[in-house]
Design a protein around this ligand. Structure first.
Ligand code: SF4
Length: 350
């Protein structure tokens, strides 16, 4: 069986993401949720499962730790001991993990180095099999529960993942064991999910004493559009409602609801959220030990305090990503990409 040689990575959108240092323990996710925009890229990555080459992963980490003058982003992230998001393009606890135990082996290596990790999964039932190691390494846990709950589970996830109410139960259990838990609510699908769905899940989280949630609209690519159409959803309506002009009317309502129930909301859409300020050091609503900082989320935070200044670039530069590209984005010189200029124009910065 082919193995995944490059499980560690820096997200291509690191300029937008404080959890950009990632580890995938599988090269593909055999769940194939209908709304999973990452599966679109399987035409490049292939459809093989590709479990992580554990020995290579161990060596990369060990060599990275010994490297005192890193140059590339990944070596720098290892050197800086940035928090690792486990489960970026694929779910680390997808069904095959029950037999392969690749994620467990990777966590054992990370535990040896006291690495801060945040684990993102829809398969909390399988995650619970690793409770011992999660507790001993004080992992941050981010179960993904989108606002449609059981409807999403049946329609989008084909009933293949852990049922949402059980995910919530596991989240509560791990939080009671003193792990840092925040629920990831992506995606909110305008035209499919409603503001009431969102309020209902926020109320549910409140009842369960879960303190944070995050929201982002759908990454709608051709793969996802085709799937959603295929399963009978109104793709024209979803496409229309998912456009910024509509979404930016919905997002402030979601922000207001989270505020009303005192749930910390992570909001990766830094533009349409306008003057909204993250409470956490990531835009997933979860505080981690060492997020990456050369990104719009961090810049927005500093700008809120100090105003628009080029010194922000220096202050936030942590060696991860591309400084020159970041500078262009900062200045609004990257065509087709949202920048701080967009929020500046909304009157956030005087
Ligand atoms: S479980 Fe997650 S990574 Fe896997 S197909 Fe579904 S959304 Fe994508």
């Amino acid at each position: 069986m082919k193995e995944l040689k490059n499980g560690l990575g820096i997200r291509g959108d690191s300029l937008y993401c404080p959890l950009s240092f990632t580890l995938d323990t599988y090269g593909n996710c055999l769940t194939y949720c209908y709304h999973c925009y990452f599966r679109r890229l399987n035409h490049v990555w292939g459809n093989d499962l590709k479990p992580l080459d554990i020995e290579l992963f161990r060596k990369k980490l060990e060599n990275g730790i010994k490297n005192t003058s890193p140059r590339a982003s990944i070596s720098t992230a290892i050197h800086n001991r940035n928090t690792i998001r486990v489960g970026n393009k694929t779910d680390p606890y997808q069904t095959v993990e029950k037999t392969k135990r690749v994620t467990r082996k990777a966590l054992q290596i990370l535990k040896k180095y006291h690495w801060d990790v945040i684990i993102q999964t829809r398969f909390t039932e399988n995650l619970m099999a690793d409770e011992d190691i999660l507790l001993s390494m004080k992992a941050n846990i981010m179960p993904v529960i989108s606002p449609g709950l059981d409807r999403d589970w049946e329609v989008l996830e084909k009933g293949a993942t852990t049922p949402p109410m059980m995910r919530l139960k596991h989240a509560v259990h791990l939080q009671r064991k003193n792990l840092n838990v925040g629920v990831n609510g992506e995606p909110f699908i305008p035209g499919f999910h409603t503001v009431k769905d969102f309020e209902d899940i926020i109320k549910l989280l409140k009842t369960c004493k879960i303190k944070s949630y995050n929201t982002y609209n759908l990454h709608l690519n051709d793969w996802v559009a085709k799937n959603l159409h295929h399963i009978g959803l109104d793709i024209e309506k979803i496409w229309f409602m998912n456009q910024d002009a509509q979404w930016k009317k919905i997002l402030p309502q979601l922000i207001a609801i989270a505020k009303k129930y005192n749930i910390r909301l992570g909001c990766p859409d830094f533009v349409n959220s306008g003057s909204y300020q993250e409470d956490s050091n990531t835009c997933c609503g979860v505080n981690v030990k060492k997020p990456t900082t050369f990104n719009v989320v961090y810049w927005k935070k500093i700008m809120k305090k100090t105003g628009f200044s080029y010194s922000i670039l220096e202050k936030s530069w942590d060696g991860i990503g591309d400084y020159e590209e970041g500078k262009k984005l900062f200045e609004g010189k990257k065509p087709g990409m949202y920048s701080l200029k967009d929020i500046k124009e909304k009157g956030l910065f005087k």
